[in-house]
Design a protein around this ligand. Structure first.
Ligand code: CMC
Length: 429
């Protein structure tokens, strides 16, 4: 808590002082937690653009400068030098692991990659064209029925469930894909790395040897790192608020998966590739789509553009764009949507509408091109995002649970409905 105070003058002229809180990166907040009890007023902030819901020591974003750091480490350094599991350890435990700690974390995850055999039968109930995000969320919540009444302290049970989730989510995701193509489920091969195992379970078949370009494995691992956390975004806030009611970790994470699915959030990556493909098939006239995006009547937005927090570039998008160029060149792939994406970006960045509103490509703009280069089906792009975001959700659920000041998440409202009125019996209406 800093020494500074903010004062608010109420409509009746009364002035109250509110404490100012300062974060480790000099971010300042006015603590209004006693406002209602002192004055009867609440604050109103639809979409929570100015509302801090918690203290958090996990991820720092400076949206004006385009900075993203996990536990103090720059996203660019982690993307370049770390592995997804090392980054996951960092997010969940707050420090980079030693070689022995990382080995032990990886070993623990390895022994939990199998799903209970009974889980397999759930997949029979889904239609062949089920969206994989609905399968992912359903199977994750179903895990809570397999791991009930666990022994140990709440912290130990949560930690074990975190390991289970990290281990099993790739298997759940890969089997959702297998279901959609009618292939037999591929069981995990624990000799493979986390990301390679995911690709193996998605694309491996019992009738042939599975080999994958190490570059593809490396890029997938990098994408997962870039997605791993993003402070109090929609899905993470959902995980925290759902967890705050006292539910188990599976329930909280399943709710995060549901929140991520929407087009304003993680679902944008699927929408981006659909948009780029559509523009390309429509003759590639990017100017036409830029004009449409500016026209509020059109109902069209440039998918993969804009961000609530970044008002400069999104550092994740910069890393992904570079990877895209490298990977497509190395794979000798001539994906025409990359060219459309580049032209769209150039046109938008030189257009006053986008400049005035600080709209830049976000993490989802180029990621789909990479996923497509890996043969990931378009409707599974958001599943990849969920796999990446999992350690972030776990870290936030843990931070919330360990916070001695934690309370149930329960916003208030300004009621605008009818005032009290007399009930009319149905026969008289
Ligand atoms: N295309 C055209 N105009 C846009 C766009 C866009 N993609 N994004 C924002 N705007 C305009 C918007 O119409 C508004 O204009 P005005 O001030 O004239 O009314 C202004 O920019 C501010 O937009 P907003 O919707 O109030 O901003 P927000 O912070 O509430 O929404 C957003 C952020 C990401 C939902 C939004 O930019 C958007 O819809 N982008 C497209 C979907 C997308 O790419 N989502 C992925 C986000 S990054 C990954 C993640 O979070 O998971």
């Amino acid at each position: 808590m800093s020494e500074e105070k903010a004062s608010v003058t109420l409509p009746d002229g009364k002035v109250i002082e509110l404490p100012v809180v300062e974060g480790s990166e000099q971010e300042k907040a006015i603590d209004i937690s006693a406002l209602r009890s002192q004055t009867g007023y609440i604050t109103l902030d639809p979409g929570y653009g100015n509302t801090g819901s918690c203290d958090s020591a996990i991820t720092f974003i400076d949206g004006e400068k385009g900075i993203l750091r996990y536990r103090g480490y720059k996203i660019e350094d982690l993307a370049e030098q770390s592995s997804f599991l090392e980054t996951s350890y960092l997010l969940i435990n707050g420090k980079l692991p030693t070689a022995a700690e990382l080995q032990s974390f990886e070993d623990k995850i390895r022994i939990h990659t199998l799903l209970h055999e009974d889980v397999k039968s759930f997949y029979d109930g889904f239609p062949r064209d089920a969206h994989p995000m609905s399968i992912l969320a359903s199977v994750v919540i179903s895990l809570s029925s397999f791991y009930q009444n666990e022994e140990g302290s709440p912290e130990e049970v949560s930690y074990l469930n975190s390991i289970r989730l990290m281990a099993k989510l790739p298997t759940i995701a890969a089997w959702a894909y297998k279901k959609s193509v009618g292939h037999p489920f591929t069981y995990p091969d624990n000799d493979r790395s986390y990301s390679e195992n995911l690709l193996y379970m998605m694309f491996g078949l019992p009738v042939e040897r599975f080999e994958v370009d190490p570059l593809i494995v490396e890029v997938l691992d990098t994408l997962l790192i870039l997605h791993a956390d993003h402070e109090q975004n929609c899905s993470t806030s959902t995980v925290r608020i759902v967890r705050s009611s006292g539910v188990n970790l599976f329930a909280a994470i399943a709710s995060g998966i549901c929140a991520l699915w929407g087009w304003r959030h993680g679902g944008a990556n699927q929408r981006v590739i659909e948009m780029l493909t559509h523009i390309q098939e429509d003759g590639g006239d990017v100017k036409k789509y830029i004009e449409m995006a500016k026209d509020k009547e059109s109902g069209f937005r440039l998918m993969g553009f804009g961000h609530r927090v970044y008002k400069n570039h999104d550092p994740r998008a910069s890393v992904i764009r570079k990877k895209c160029e490298q990977v497509l060149a190395k794979l000798n792939s001539n994906d025409p949507t990359l060219d459309i994406a580049r032209k769209l970006e150039d046109a938008a960045l030189n257009d006053d509408y986008f400049k005035e509103r600080n709209l830049y490509p976000n993490v989802d703009f180029y990621s789909g091109i990479l996923y497509r280069a890996m043969n990931i089906p378009v409707n599974a792009f958001t599943v990849m995002f969920a796999l990446g975001r999992l350690p972030g959700w776990i870290a936030h659920a843990k931070e919330y649970t360990e916070d001695p000041k934690n309370r149930i998440g329960r916003p208030r409202q300004v009621y605008t409905g009818n005032v009290e009125r007399a009930y009319t019996p149905i026969a008289e209406r």
